[in-house]
Design a binder for this molecule. Structure first.
Ligand SMILES: NC(=O)c1ccc[n+]([C@@H]2O[C@H](COP(=O)([O-])OP(=O)(O)OC[C@H]3O[C@@H](n4cnc5c(N)ncnc54)[C@H](OP(=O)(O)O)[C@@H]3O)[C@@H](O)[C@H]2O)c1
Length: 266
């Protein structure tokens, strides 16, 4: 795995928590000798801590650049690559991970700001990030080179009650991803989707607006995936030989078989 990641530069959005954070560590552990990581999110203090922790654990073989970025702000995404220190600009792998949901309201009671923020982040943010990095990928030989990982979700395949805004945002990205893979067929650019089911991160604490009792009820009797489980799949996909595209991966914990078919050991 390390051979195919040697000298690569990886940019991760939403690297301050959960799957994004784990993905940063997993790349660093898999390719500890010559790797560059660009860690982005809004909470830059957390990114600095992660950068320090990677340095402590891995050493100097992995260089980390911390960059504050709100993907829902097109003006921040637009100048992103040019704003990076020169040695971090030649990005090889983009992990489009930043995403969130707030609330479980159903139409017609969905707050306007939830619709705006979720779509600005999960859909427009992902498309803008992809466009910003694709311009760079397409300058490379053979029509272009580079990897794009999309964090989809079972929610993008199977909409559920109380998830209309989130599920539709992930379904939109699923359609965007499938179209993009077709549009880039004459290049060496790989477009890959990793779609988890239940993962224990801060995602649901944010969804339930800080109410830990609702998070506990959601996971009662369950053994969800860890963010490290998902990170392993992301690093596996991006470290295949160039001609292999792990196009689409659906990942469940063993007690889950669909968005709502979950066995609870209570
Ligand atoms: N947890 C699950 O069960 C699950 C299942 C399937 C798919 N997913 C997807 O996996 C991805 C990662 O989620 P997670 O579970 O790891 O949740 P998490 O622990 O809450 O992490 C979400 C990350 O996204 C970042 N983020 C949110 N809004 C952002 C914005 N506007 N600009 C930049 N960064 C932003 C957050 O960083 P800052 O707040 O510091 O900006 C944070 O680092 C999401 O796309 C989510 O939809 C999660």
């Amino acid at each position: 795995m390390a051979k195919n990641l040697f000298r690569k530069t990886v940019l991760i959005t939403g690297a301050s928590s959960g799957i994004g954070r784990s993905t940063a560590f997993e790349f660093a552990r898999t390719a500890p000798n010559d790797l560059k990581l660009v860690l982005t999110a809004r909470r830059v203090d957390r990114l600095h801590q992660i950068s320090e922790d990677i340095k402590k654990e891995i050493g100097e073989g992995v260089r980390v650049c911390v960059k504050q970025l709100d993907v829902s702000k097109p003006e921040e995404v637009k100048g992103l690559v040019e704003d990076l220190p020169e040695e971090f600009r030649d990005i090889d792998i983009l992990v489009n991970n930043a995403g969130f949901m707030s609330g479980v309201e159903q139409a017609p009671g969905i707050p306007q700001e939830v619709m705006n923020d979720v779509w600005a982040t999960n859909v427009i943010g992902v498309i803008n990030m992809t466009q910003a990095i694709l311009a760079l990928f397409k300058k490379r030989e053979d029509g272009g080179r580079g990897d794009i990982i999309m964090l989809g979700s079972i929610a993008g395949r199977e909409p559920y009650v109380g998830g209309s805004v989130y599920c539709s945002s992930k379904a939109a990205i699923r359609a965007f991803t499938d179209a993009l893979r077709k549009e880039l067929i004459n290049t060496r650019i790989r477009v890959m989707s990793v779609d988890p089911g239940q993962v224990y991160t801060e995602f649901n604490l944010i969804r339930y607006r800080g109410d830990q009792s609702k998070v506990d009820a959601l996971y009662a009797g369950c053994d969800p995936l860890t963010p490290d489980d998902v990170a392993e799949v992301i690093v596996f996909a991006t470290s295949r030989r160039e001609n292999v595209v792990v196009a689409d991966t659906l990942l469940f914990p063993s007690h889950q078989a669909s968005a709502t078919h979950i066995h609870r050991r209570l």
